[in-house]
Design a protein around this ligand. Structure first.
Ligand code: HPA
Length: 270
């Protein structure tokens, strides 16, 4: 496994003269941030040795190396979801590679269903904690001691300084952001009303099908994490309507400019 990670990192290093310290994973319908990046190099996932190939609609599947907010960044346009059939090792492989490339900050975005009754569709939520409800753990199995500890601490998973900064950016630009707990689930079904209710009772503010595995692996390796979620549909009793992947993409795309602004300004400050 470590050999594969090293081989992939070496391959990527050879494709670009950049040496980014900031990694970005773009979620469903949120690829528009790419328009803000001064793209210097791109690499299709299918050309990267040991990389899984992205299958879900709305994901292009390429690595982008470029400049954003005055910083060198490495962005994943399209991520690997557990529901697509990938193992947890495959889902989190790119984050392992990022670490070997020298990345020490990871910014993750996603679309999610709102559980907190004060949230509205289209809202942006800064993630301040998570609940892992995936049926498999990305760190199960032999620990790669070169990369991190057997029993990683998770008490400060989402960096407080970056969360405060994100709220300040929103305030300065006269828009509202929420802050709350993201529960990560396998999918691919959206939740039943009873499941939305259960996740709310458990203490979550939003539910989605990604992010948690990548964040766990990033923290395992000591990478600083910032996470942001767009509320694309409601799981609040009385507000639940039928939801489709297309709608999730549309709402995400609409809310994206605000998210893009936050991420660009945030990256400037790193
Ligand atoms: N549930 C799970 N994942 C999601 C949702 C949802 O309601 N919306 C977008 N991703």
């Amino acid at each position: 496994m470590l050999e594969k990670i090293k081989a992939t990192a070496n391959f990527i290093k050879k494709q670009s003269t950049l040496n980014p310290k900031i990694g970005i994973i773009l979620g469903t319908g949120l690829g528009g941030l790419v328009n803000e990046i001064e793209i210097i190099d791109t690499i299709s996932y299918e050309d990267i040795p040991n990389f899984p190939v992205s299958t879900v609609e709305g994901h292009k599947g390429r690595l982008i190396l470029g400049m954003l907010g005055g910083k060198e960044i490495l962005a994943m346009q399209g991520r690997f979801h557990f529901y697509e059939g990938y193992s947890m090792q495959e889902v989190t492989f790119p984050v392992r590679v990022m670490k070997l490339l020298g990345i020490n900050h990871l910014v993750v975005s996603n679309a999610s269903g709102g559980l907190n009754p004060t949230y509205q569709v289209g809202d942006i939520m800064v993630i301040n904690d998570h609940i892992n409800m995936f049926p498999e753990h990305p760190l199960r199995g032999k620990n790669l001691a070169e990369l991190g500890s057997r029993f990683p601490d998770m008490s400060h998973t989402y960096n407080e300084r970056l969360r405060n900064k994100a709220r300040l950016i929103a305030f300065e630009n006269n828009f509202d952001v929420k802050e709350g707990v993201y529960v990560g689930v396998s999918g691919p079904t959206f939740e039943t009303p009873a499941e939305y209710k259960m996740f709310r009772i458990m203490g979550a503010d939003a539910v989605g099908m990604s992010t948690v595995p990548e964040v766990i692996v990033a923290r395992h390796m000591g990478i600083t994490v910032f996470g942001i979620s767009i509320i694309t549909d409601s799981g609040v009793p009385g507000q639940i309507v039928e939801v489709s992947h297309e709608e999730v993409q549309q709402v995400a795309a609409k809310a994206e400019p605000k998210m893009t602004l936050i991420l660009k300004e945030l990256i400037k400050s790193i």
